[in-house]
Design a protein around this ligand. Structure first.
Ligand code: FDA
Length: 304
């Protein structure tokens, strides 16, 4: 718990971030979780996954940008990625963060940036998955998702099982027929907003997952928790829910055996595949989720 909090604290340190992101050893550290610095590297990884029967959602790393000009660059990077999806990564989606598209500076500009992406995604028959960030952003994120979904379709919301409010949010999204990705939640939240104990988060996850599988549209079960995946499989079998009505999502580089087993058994699996220079906060959150990764990385560094 102490290590998790320390890693989440460090994930926000700008000086450390600058130093890490420009370090020549960076790729050695990050390659397990991050496809590479460029779109080309990303597309090659997605193409290889597709050959194995695994779909992708592309995440161009970058969050909490420091100006609207940076937000526009992020939008253009995603537009460039969308242009290549059909030929290089069939059925792939993109995952975005609203703070990366300018939410901290102007809600209107952010909305305009996201709308451009949703329009383009719709034109090539794919969707924009809108990641959920810390609790301060949930209302604004869901409002934008609802609005874009009503006008275009082509979006998927993300709900975090650690928040008390999530059951009501899921019922609301189900009513609007908005697809949802359900995850446990990766940010540090106060106990008046989120379950402080992991076992309560896990219990709520299963409860929300069942609601989504029974009443949602194209839900994505985003977890590496083998017990939860098992419970999802038991539920869909019991309720006769066909494998093309939902999907499993996992992060690139995590629980690779479980990913392959699900594909072999005929389930749709989509991996969240990040790329780009701004990898530090994403990488630190992955370490915080499983502090054993710190030991794994230290061993890796010593090996070279
Ligand atoms: P849990 O943390 O209980 O882990 C279960 C098991 O999975 C562990 O015992 C371990 O074996 C393995 N595992 C999990 N994390 C690992 C890691 N980092 N390294 C190695 N093994 C690991 N969060 C958020 O707040 N907003 C979002 O938009 C998203 N989006 C998102 C998309 C996708 C596709 C996924 C899979 C996850 C997210 N998340 C997210 C992150 C999510 O909230 C959560 O932090 C992680 O998925 C870890 O939770 P698990 O469900 O895997 O369970």
């Amino acid at each position: 718990m102490v290590l998790r909090s320390a890693l989440l604290f460090l994930s926000k340190r700008r000086g450390l971030r600058r130093w890490m992101e420009t370090s020549p050893s960076a790729e050695r550290l990050t390659s397990r979780f991050i496809a590479g610095n460029t779109l080309e590297r990303e597309l090659t990884v997605c193409q290889n996954l597709y050959a194995e029967g695994i779909l992708a959602t592309l995440d161009h790393l970058g969050e909490s940008v420091t100006s609207l000009a940076e937000a526009e660059r992020s939008r253009d990077d995603y537009l460039a990625a969308l242009d290549q999806l059909a030929s290089r990564a069939p059925h792939a989606t993109i995952s975005i963060k609203l703070t990366q598209l300018g939410l901290d500076f102007s809600e209107d500009e952010c909305r305009a940036n996201v709308e451009r992406l949703v329009e383009r995604a719709k034109s090539i028959g794919t969707v924009v998955e809108i990641d959920m960030e810390s609790s301060a952003y949930v209302d604004r994120t869901l409002a934008l998702v609802s609005d874009l979904h009503a006008r275009y379709g082509s979006v998927r919301a993300v709900i975090q099982a650690y928040l008390y409010r999530s059951e009501a949010d899921i019922d609301n999204l189900n009513q609007q027929k908005i697809p949802v990705r359900l995850c446990k939640g990766a940010y540090k939240e106060p106990s008046d907003l989120a379950f402080p104990n992991k076992k309560d988060v896990d219990r709520n996850y299963v409860h929300l997952m069942t609601r989504l599988l029974d009443h949602g549209v194209d839900p994505a079960i985003a977890s590496h928790d083998a017990k939860i995946v098992q419970q999802a499989l038991a539920h869909v079998k019991e309720q006769n829910i066909a494998p093309d009505r939902f999907e499993f999502q996992m992060l690139y580089g995590i629980s690779r055996d479980l990913q392959r087993r699900l594909v072999r058994d005929g389930y749709r699996v989509r991996l969240y595949v990040p790329y780009g220079d701004a990898w530090y906060p994403y990488f630190m959150r992955r370490l915080a989720e499983r502090p054993a990764n710190v030991i794994f990385l230290a061993r890796n560094l010593l090996k070279h």
